[in-house]
Write a protein that binds this ligand. Structure first.
Ligand code: MLT
Length: 196
């Protein structure tokens, strides 16, 4: 997969940056700088195309996911990250998943599929429109969720579903609200406070 890796310091924690629909591996680099300039950075470009826009998994329409592809892509991305952790010599336990929109959604999928691996995530504008029957143990998971009031893509009931998905599994959940489907400077600073 197309990606960038920036090492600030050997052994420092690592941000794994996952962009929104139509983005690239560099979209969230300035967010990472703001969150913590000393963390190493792995930015990954989604390898699914929708009308020329990069995504991490297929969908049939807004909020209508191709669940089979979603599961496949979740595994594929996880395998890619494992491979990179060996190549660049970082520990998966030190990774903080940082996602916006489509990137947040694949991050949730990876956490659900690998609850023992990913422990920390800052997810902006997430949408995971399905009930999950498996009750993973997220008691070691720390998550910051930025949600939207009047978000045209994510109804508030769906934001609540994402909050509950983490809370019901025992995660430590911090929430912040913005207007719309946005990642604002203000909420980025809230995420920074949460992280540090
Ligand atoms: C998705 O498809 O992942 C979400 O609806 C948000 C988006 O990326 O547009």
């Amino acid at each position: 997969m197309e990606h960038i890796y920036k090492e600030k310091k050997k052994g420092a924690p690592l941000f794994i940056l996952l962009h929104g629909t139509g983005g690239t591996e560099t979209d969230l680099v300035s967010l990472a700088e703001l969150l913590n300039p000393e963390y190493n950075v792995l930015g990954i470009r989604g390898n699914v195309q929708e009308n020329g826009m990069n995504r991490y998994f297929k969908r049939h329409g807004e909020g209508q996911y191709d669940w089979k592809d979603f599961e496949f892509r979740g595994n594929e991305l996880y395998e890619f990250i494992v491979e990179k952790s060996k190549e660049y010599d970082f520990r998966l336990e030190d990774a903080v998943l940082v996602g916006f929109s489509n990137g947040s959604n694949i991050a949730i999928q990876m956490i659900l599929q690998n609850p023992d691996t990913f422990k920390k995530a800052a997810l902006f504008a997430p949408l995971y429109p399905a009930d999950v029957s498996e009750k993973q143990d997220f008691s070691d998971v720390d998550v910051f969720l930025s949600l939207g009031k009047g978000d045209p893509i994510v109804p508030e009931s769906e934001s609540t579903r994402v909050i509950n998905l983490f809370k019901e599994r025992g995660a430590d959940v911090a929430t912040a609200w913005v207007n719309g489907h946005n990642l604002t400077q203000e909420v980025a600073l809230e995420a920074k406070n949460w992280l540090n």
